[in-house]
Design a binder for this molecule. Sequence first.
Ligand SMILES: [Zn+2]
Length: 266
Amino acid sequence: MSGRTDDFEVNGLVIREVKNGESDKIITILIAEYGRITIAGKGISSIRNRHAAAARLFTYSTFQLHKRGDFHYIRDTFYLEGFTQLHYDPEKLALANYICDVAGDISLDGVGDPELMSLTLNTLYAIANMDSVPLEQIKGAFEFRAAAQSGFMPDLTVCDGCGCELTEDCSLDVMNGRLLCRKCRTELENDPAYIRDEYSAKIMIRVSPPVLAALRFIAYAPLKKLLSFSLDKSELPLLAVVCERYLLNHIEHGFTSLEYYKKIKI
Ligand SMILES: [Zn+2]
């Protein structure tokens, strides 16, 4: 954040809000150029406040801010785009909360990440508007792409052990970011040096050929086309497991919002 004056203007997406007393709110916004920042919003949880709409969760707005000490205060706001319909569907709301939690977790204070910003905005748009795409597909695409963009891009081309083409079920070795064919995985498991404890087992995930094709698409497609792939309904649960575990293994913790989403999803 160095080099910035005390007053500045940014476009940001509200990814978290915490009520503070009667009418105040602490909000966290995601910004392409600066990562995330936290704002002490005086009076903004009152619907009569002129910044209330622009500072609402899942809203993308222009913020004119003033920095004093460790805090940012609102000088003015300008509403740009909102995904307010997310607030009226409990399942979509829960998923959007989880997406924003992940974005907030991956981003750093003061470090810009325009790719994460676009991915998060596109994903919220898809959850809110693209009813033809299953929520599990939107969630999985976000998770895997977010992991790949954060530097955890697995090699999805050939078996890392023998270099063979992967034409049948293979395994994603999560921690090493590579794929192994059945033969190489078996060899590895028969190796006395390979520790087969619960932890190791958890991070080898079965990947079917259609799921592998989907992962390749998610990793390399232009962001705007991220969801332009179709997957047989029977394969969707496997994609969901692979993407979620891959991301969470790299983040190294779970999310309460994810547990909640799983509890209420249809
Ligand atoms: Zn192999």
